[in-house]
Design a protein around this ligand. Structure first.
Ligand SMILES: [Zn+2]
Length: 303
């Protein structure tokens, strides 16, 4: 290679960099930070064009990307999860011979690990890595992506012969693997990394809570079904120690209000009664009123 960059070193250095960056930015990776990556003292931008990215120095693609759309949509979309759980990643255009598509095909042939950036806000990404290109569906203009090491073992040609149970289990694993971190980052982004109840501003201590539980019908991992809550308020909300009315007012269960205990109970929970939730400014990201209503009824029933 002209520049002396060795493919395997670039990829290993990138994964190390992404691991470090993810620790520092649990709420999502800004593209400005992603583009500070350097290998052997040489800058190498990771987010350059939408879709497939192959730096000139490498023969195979290095990263793939799905850009941010709307708070109520969550990639990979249902249609993008193939039977067996492999993610369908669309060609650049429809010409299989476009240089970007060829770069992804090279990554498939040489079994090169890539990073997959999923948009969680404008210019902010959740990084999934390493991912692998394990197949191609030319008729659908798409490649098949394994999102973790275990999925690499799936032979896309053999998926059809698996039992329906096993197939749907594998599809569920993909949703968990990709949707949960994307949901968390999207909710934290929408709430500017604050607890909606107490306004604590430490992403390390924040979760994305489901309003309608994810096990229930309608419990989708989308921002309008989420609340950014600190760990203690997340657990308190899940266990109905407190509830949130459809008008965004925090209610604390009567027996908890009557209890006498130390500062965590007094200031952390009892004092939140009657507080107004801090919701995102963007209307599309605000908590869904019907979901809040349904969940508040559950809180009242538990009170
Ligand atoms: Zn809190």
């Amino acid at each position: 290679m002209v520049t002396g960059l060795v493919d395997a070193q670039v990829r290993a250095a990138m994964f190390g960099y992404l691991q470090d960056l993810t620790l520092r930015h649990p709420e999502g990776l800004p593209s400005s930070e992603l583009n500070k990556f350097a290998v052997g003292g040489r800058p190498l931008k990771l987010v350059v064009q939408p879709g497939i990215w192959k730096p000139a120095e490498l023969s195979g693609a290095l990263t793939i990307r799905t850009t941010y759309t709307a708070p109520n949509q969550l990639p990979p979309y249902e249609d993008d999860i193939s039977a067996g759980g492999l993610v369908k990643y669309a060609y650049r255009g429809t010409d299989g011979n476009h240089s970007d598509n060829r770069a992804l095909r090279t990554a498939m042939r040489e079994e090169l690990p890539l990073a997959y950036f999923i948009g969680v806000a404008q210019g902010v990404y959740q990084a999934q890595f390493p991912v692998y290109v394990v197949g191609e569906r030319a008729d659908e203009h798409a490649f098949l992506i394994a999102v973790d090491e275990a999925q690499r073992l799936i032979d896309p040609e053999l998926v059809a012969s698996l039992t329906p149970d096993r197939r749907s289990y594998m599809e569920r694993l993909t949703r968990i693997r990709l949707h949960q971190p994307v949901f968390r980052a999207r909710v934290l982004q929408a709430y500017e990394s604050r607890c909606a109840i107490c306004r604590l501003r430490h992403p390390d201590l924040l979760d994305a809570a489901h309003i309608i539980r994810d096990a229930d019908e309608g419990g989708l991992p989308v921002v309008p079904n989420g609340l950014s809550l600190c760990k203690i308020h997340h657990a308190a909300y899940d266990r109905n120690f407190l509830g949130v009315t459809p008008d965004l007012v925090v209610k604390v269960r009567q027996d908890i209000l009557d209890e006498v205990d130390g500062p965590m109970l007094r200031y952390g929970i009892q004092a939140m009664a009657g507080e107004r939730l801090t919701a995102p400014r963007q209307r599309a990201a605000q908590p869904d009123r019907d979901n809040l209503d349904q969940r508040y009824r559950e809180f009242l029933a538990a009170s």
